[in-house]
Design a protein around this ligand. Structure first.
Ligand SMILES: *Cc1c(COP(=O)(O)O)cnc(C)c1O
Length: 475
């Protein structure tokens, strides 16, 4: 180590000096002493390391290190701890159930119920009539069953947990028969064969990727069979020369052989979206009408509620699932239950659900309305005349996301932003860094904002976000 490096190392402020400097500072006084001391130590250590590294590499050394400079960095680090990391963002991607952006936004009533139920105590597991212990999912069970016609229901942490729990209960150490065309991966490590293995069920694949026949299931049934399972292929479609067995046929087969039949619906929907131009898919009610023993689906996909896994079906089977000790490990919490209960209330009347559940509203909103909103935003931004940015509207396609309705492109209107002094990539990155981050997509050198997932209450944030990125120094 050369003399110059040694000299500068000696000039590094002592931790006590930095602490003394911060003693009357409002920011550092808002944190525990231990945390301030630790942070001072980290900052001083960092300064020391950077000097040593710079000295070794023969780089320019800092001329002087002041106590004040170190204190400023300590304060910055402390303030960073105070800032929220999980934050609201604006979803301009047009993917309605964007898994990375928290899937379904909650309806207003769900938010109110979360606050109401969790501010103080609740009857989460207390039967108010009997005055003794109750079941947490019973609060939502009645609505779920009334809307769907199921005999019984329980709710767990998410649909992955629902599938795991149902498989473990019904098929541990026994074979679950699944078509090769349904051995899917959803993303985020959910793969049917792997979940099955973790559940203790033994996967019995039948048929081929594109075609599976009833005889394939029949031939696979034996003494080891625990379950016949159908899986919604969610995020992909097999088209062309294909054949799958209808759920009703599997239910009849299961009935004949005394084997339970389960359908993992993934994104269960209570409302027929066919009249909004989507390919028709059976609703949860219609699936249950086949007499299937168990269905599972997510709370935060097309249902439009909080993250949850809903398990519904025959009383005897649901009863067994409830008693499984694994259920305790996968259980749903009170905030989620409160939000789910409020979401489910809307389904007592489908029109009410369509207008109040945000994901359904986004999915079914007429193009005319989106166009109107787009023109409003365009007018607002043009009036703001932000230097270096030009705006226009164009047609585009939104997506349902969340593994729902994968092949269906939903017409939408896009705001296209062209950046004159800034690369599109840079602009996209900077929009992620503003106070209320804006998540956009890039196509052919323009920044696209999909108005299907943007509401009028997002406009002021978009305007200020664009102003900020346009005025940040150009580099
Ligand atoms: C999405 C999905 C899951 C996983 O549900 P999560 O709620 O994300 O845990 C399981 N099965 C299918 C068919 C799905 O589409």
């Amino acid at each position: 180590m050369d003399d110059n490096t040694k000299k500068i190392l000696r000039e590094i402020p002592k931790i006590d000096e930095v602490l003394l400097f911060l003693k009357k500072d409002a920011v550092s006084n808002a944190f525990s002493k231990d945390l301030v001391v630790t942070t001072c130590r980290e900052v001083v250590d960092k300064i020391r390391r950077s000097i040593i590294v710079a000295g070794e590499k023969g780089k320019q050394l800092p001329s002087a290190i002041t106590v004040e400079g170190a204190a400023v960095e300590v304060k910055e680090r402390l303030m960073q701890l105070r800032s929220y990391k999980l934050r609201r963002v604006i979803n301009a991607t047009g993917i309605i159930l964007h898994t990375n952006l928290g899937r379904a936004p909650l309806c207003d009533e769900a938010l109110e119920r979360v606050v109401e139920v969790s501010r103080g105590y609740s009857n989460l597991e207390f039967d108010l009539v009997e005055g003794k212990r109750g079941l947490r999912y019973d609060h939502v069970k009645e609505t779920l069953c009334s809307v769907s016609g199921a005999e019984d229901a329980l709710i767990v942490n998410n649909n992955a947990a629902a599938v795991l729990l149902a498989l473990n209960t019904l098929s541990e150490d026994r074979e679950s028969i699944v078509s090769r065309g349904e051995l899917i991966e959803i993303g985020g490590e959910f793969r049917i064969p792997e979940v099955m293995e973790k559940s203790g069920a033994i996967l019995r694949e039948v048929g081929t990727t594109n075609r599976t026949h009833l005889e394939d299931y029949e031939d696979a049934i034996g003494n080891e069979t625990g379950l016949i399972m159908k899986v919604h292929t969610s995020n992909f479609r097999i088209t062309g020369f294909t054949e799958e067995v209808e759920l009703s046929q599997l239910v009849a087969l299961g009935r004949r052989e005394g084997i339970p039949v389960m359908d993992d619906l993934g994104s269960g929907c209570f409302i027929d979206l066919g009249r909004f131009g989507f390919d028709r898919e059976p609703t949860v009610q219609e699936v249950l009408q086949t007499g299937v023993d168990v269905v599972t689906f997510s709370g935060d996909k097309l249902l439009g509620g909080p993250q949850a896994g809903i398990i519904m079906g025959k009383r005897e089977i649901i009863g067994r699932i409830k008693k499984n000790p694994l259920n305790r490990a996968l259980r749903i919490d009170k905030l989620t239950l409160a939000a789910l209960e409020a979401t489910m209330q809307h389904y007592l009347n489908p029109d009410d659900a369509l207008s109040n559940i945000k994901a359904l509203r986004s999915l079914t909103e007429p193009l005319k309305e989106i166009e109107g909103r787009a023109k409003k935003l365009l007018g607002l931004l043009n009036r703001a005349s932000i230097e270096g940015l030009t705006f226009s509207l164009k047609e585009g396609k939104s997506m349902a996301g969340g593994g729902s309705l994968p092949t269906q492109e939903i017409p939408t209107v896009l705001l296209s932003v062209k950046t004159l002094n800034l690369s599109t990539n840079r602009a996209e990155e900077r929009l992620r860094g503003v106070d209320v981050p804006i998540i956009t997509r890039i196509s052919e050198d323009e920044l696209l904002f999909d108005l299907r997932t943007i509401g009028e209450d997002d406009f002021s944030f978009i305007e200020s976000g664009l102003k900020i990125i346009a005025h940040q120094d150009v580099c």
